[in-house]
Design a protein around this ligand. Structure first.
Ligand code: NAX
Length: 323
């Protein structure tokens, strides 16, 4: 049985990376056959045709079928996995509230199309910004799909944090575990090292608190801007890689004694308001995730978690009428 994977914004920077990696088997393993369903806006359909031609030319063993479309109802038909990457970027003179409204239209239409056309077991990852609130809008427009199917991406932030910590500690990022990103995929996110382990041992006492506060946290929060400054373009390959990590771990499970960060519908854990999509530490097993419970939260963490929660509540208030 093949799986249908939908990618929106598939002719864009991230989509262009994502499509080839998924088609080559890096999401579900080389033995799983993949149908790729690629969605774009009408003016980008020619570019998307070019992407489809290149995908064909790779002759990937796991790729069965490619469909391209500018119609969400077609693109989400029988979809098992959906990567919602396409979004409206902030234009000149555009206020944040305008950005929220413009994207709300896109994600409500896509939520409805998922509701009408996709597999009932679909897994949805929203990458397009503002990702958490876009995921909330899509979820609210898909009442027949379990709410837990709607997630947003903070895995890039999680991976960025691991890379910074590995460099500081002089180890490999794979030796580190139990990193957490709380909250929104924005500069208010809280990268939390309280439970960080190096080869299974707690490591917090080896990290200088001033470095964490004044260097590490702002660096992770602002890494996107740092990449834009260096590259002249926003993160693309690293974002696609994180999107694959997110969906693969959700489907195939997280490593023993570790967790990952996923923005998911809040169930009230750690006192975070229900009704927003908030990043928590989660473990995954058999295709489901659960929030890691009973972590100790100190005052600094509590305050930091509330700041990013407040931003998400404000974003929600701006688009409430569309939910
Ligand atoms: P690009 O502008 O290169 O590509 C976006 C593509 O989406 C374009 O080809 C556009 O035609 C298409 N699109 C726009 N509206 C659409 C719609 N309604 N239906 C289908 N396709 C549509 O941007 P790219 O660099 O690929 O980034 C995509 C999104 O990811 C942006 O919103 C960006 O801010 C966000 N990011 C999110 C990250 C995260 O960690 N959550 C990190 C990377 C990235 O910045």
């Amino acid at each position: 049985m093949s799986k249908t994977v939908t990618i929106t914004g598939a002719a864009g920077q991230i989509g262009y990376q994502l499509a080839f990696r998924i088609a080559s088997g890096q999401l579900l393993g080389a033995d799983e056959k993949i149908n790729l369903s690629l969605l774009e806006i009408t003016p980008a359909l020619d570019a998307l045709k070019g992407v489809a031609m290149e995908l064909e030319d790779c002759a990937f063993e796991s790729l069965v079928e490619i469909t391209i479309s500018d119609d969400p109802n077609e693109a989400f038909k029988d979809s098992d996995y959906a990567f919602l990457v396409g979004a409206k970027p902030r234009g000149p003179g555009m206020e944040r509230s305008d950005l929220l409204q413009e994207n709300a239209k896109i994600f409500s239409a896509q939520g409805k199309a998922i509701n009408e056309n996709s597999s009932r077991d679909i897994k949805v990852l929203v990458v397009g910004n503002p990702a958490n609130t876009n995921a909330l809008i899509a979820m609210s427009n898909a009442p027949d799909i379990d709410q837990s199917a709607f997630t947003a991406m903070t895995r890039l932030d999680h991976n960025r944090a691991l890379a910074q910590l590995a460099s500081k500690l002089g180890c490999h990022s794979s030796e580190l575990s139990n990193m957490t990103i709380w909250g929104n995929h924005s500069t208010t996110q809280y990268p939390d090292v309280s439970n960080l382990k190096l080869e299974g041992e707690k490591i917090l006492s080896r990290l200088d608190h001033a470095w964490i506060k004044d260097n590490f946290i702002p660096r992770v929060q602002n890494r996107g801007a740092e990449i834009i400054k260096a590259r002249g373009l926003s993160s693309a390959a690293s974002a696609a890689s994180a999107a694959i990590d997110h969906m693969r771990d959700w489907t195939l499970g997280t490593k023993d004694n570790d967790w990952v960060s996923m923005a998911i519908p809040s169930d009230g854990s750690y006192g975070i308001s229900k009704g927003i999509i908030y990043s928590f530490p989660v473990t995954c097993e058999s295709g489901s995730y659960s929030i890691v419970q009973n972590l100790e939260i100190d005052n600094f963490s509590k305050e930091s978690m509330e700041i990013t929660e407040t931003e998400l509540l404000d974003e929600k208030a701006a688009i409430e009428h569309l939910l």
